[in-house]
Design a protein around this ligand. Structure first.
Ligand code: 6GU
Length: 232
């Protein structure tokens, strides 16, 4: 998979994608990351990437030209042969969930436009963007972290990027219940003890305890998920 990131601040994503699993996925050939700094595609000599909104109002709007130029460049590189999707993380998008991530993980080419300031010229959204995605109902300063969140959910789904055990364990949204509590050595630390059942060696009881904990936690924190579980 090729992932292209467009941003005025490409350092944020470069750093985040150069560590841990997302970096290993690149080193092992599962994914390529390409970075496009918006300023480099803006008109000389001022290299202005944003401007005030027509019609008045607060905030600055990202100008269309640098973004259209970058997309042209990507298109010419692939000679329009490959299908791609252009994701614009925005608080007024569809809220991200595992289904959206699964879908995006099957694409060959993904382009992310990380916006800043107040917004993005609507012509870019109408003509270029295929997917507008929010990462939740709260406010962030810009689109770089949301792009990285979405990319993280996608890259880990590429077959081979993470081990089978790890993926089964952490895919808590393929199982409707929340995860149970985990413990490791030491068995007692500062007077805090691991529940006896886990050190009993009685696997049936351990399974029962874990299922009970999953239900309790889900009931307390995510009653909405519990409804889905009952209906399955
Ligand atoms: Cl995708 N972008 C910004 N700037 N803020 C957000 C968001 C995205 N999702 C939730 N808040």
């Amino acid at each position: 998979m090729d992932i292209h990131l467009i941003s005025p601040f490409d350092k944020i994503a470069k750093v985040a994608l150069s560590e841990s699993i997302l970096n290993r996925a690149n080193k092992n050939g599962y994914v390529n990351y390409y970075f496009y700094n918006l300023y480099k595609y803006a008109d000389f000599p001022h290299q202005k990437i944003d401007d005030s909104p027509f019609g008045g109002g607060f905030g600055m709007i990202l100008k269309p030209e640098p973004i259209f130029r970058i997309i042209d460049e990507i298109e010419s590189k692939y000679k329009k042969q490959q299908k791609y999707r252009i994701v614009f993380p925005t608080p007024d998008g569809r809220i991200l969930n595992q289904k959206i991530s699964n879908e995006l993980s099957k694409e060959e080419q993904l382009i992310f436009i990380s916006g800043h300031y107040k917004g993005l010229d609507q012509r870019v959204r109408d003509e270029l963007v295929t997917d507008e995605v929010s990462i939740g109902d709260y406010v962030l300063t810009g689109g770089d972290l949301p792009s990285l969140v979405i990319i993280d959910t996608i890259v880990r789904l590429i077959p081979g990027v993470i081990g089978k055990i790890e993926s089964a364990k952490t895919d808590s949204f393929s199982n409707p219940l929340l995860d149970y509590p985990h413990y490791t050595r030491p068995e007692s630390y500062r007077g805090l003890k691991v529940p006896d059942v886990l050190t009993s060696g009685h696997h049936e009881n351990i399974d029962k305890w874990r299922q009970k904990k999953r239900l309790e936690k889900t009931k307390n924190r995510r009653p909405d998920l519990l409804e889905k579980f009952k209906n399955n």
